[in-house]
Ligand binder design. Sequence first.
Ligand code: ATP
Length: 265
Amino acid sequence: MPSSSPAALDILNLKKCFGKPAVNDLSLTVRDGEFYALLGPNGAGKTTTLRMVAGLLEADAGSVKVCGIDAFSDPIAAKHVLAWVPDEPMVYDKLTPLEYLEFVAGLWSMEPDLARFRADTLLDSFGLASHSNERCGGFSKGMRQKVALAGALIHEPRLIILDEPLTGLDAGSARQVKKVLSGLVAQGVSIVMTTHILEVAERMADRIGIIARGQLVAEGTLEELRERASADGNSLEDIFLKIVGGGSEGGAQTGKADYPDEKVA
Ligand SMILES: Nc1ncnc2c1ncn2[C@@H]1O[C@H](COP(=O)(O)OP(=O)(O)OP(=O)(O)O)[C@@H](O)[C@H]1O
């Protein structure tokens, strides 16, 4: 749908080198209100790209605009309109979900009544209402992930950046998260999500971008990608493998590096 609002995310010629290029002159645009899935083999540069967008990692070159705000020259304003949920989110073990959400809301200087209302609504949406007064320390990975996601949403961001949000979630939790995300998109919120679960991208995303070797190698709706891969009738997995080939970037590079130069949020 055409929109007069600025793009939710505008990445232009972004570069980051760790000895060798991790993100290599990458440009992409996520439209206002769009659900954009970022796919790519292990080590393709997805997380590095999103860390730069979220202000956790300094770019070597390029620019990033979030809802029209220059994220490099005005990072605080950009952070107000975005939410970042890493693939291994951190919550405070000694706090209950309710305390954690009220704590995060306090960091955003939200009114206590509004914070409580938002916290209760979010905990309910994620199926955590009955655990809202238990300490997070005893929670499973999936429950912690949902608490972290709720915390990221408390300030009503316009752009939500999710790195592998469904990893480690059971079917019920994954469905709750997908439902919340779809509901947010229906309200006009924009989402960028990396995932290795191609079926999720296929079902949920308005557009899909495929990154390989730090560059955007394909982008479009599922239909457009099908056309591009001349793979009519095939699944996204067929298209993906045709575009990027099998295997991870750099062969054995499948695990996370130790990120020595990561900034503290
Ligand atoms: N802080 C860092 N120091 C050194 N190398 C890094 C750092 N961060 C990322 N890299 C390297 O940059 C490349 C891109 O990594 P990145 O984590 O962005 O890939 P990815 O597409 O998110 O992969 P995955 O799907 O496995 O999460 C990899 O070769 C990785 O080892």
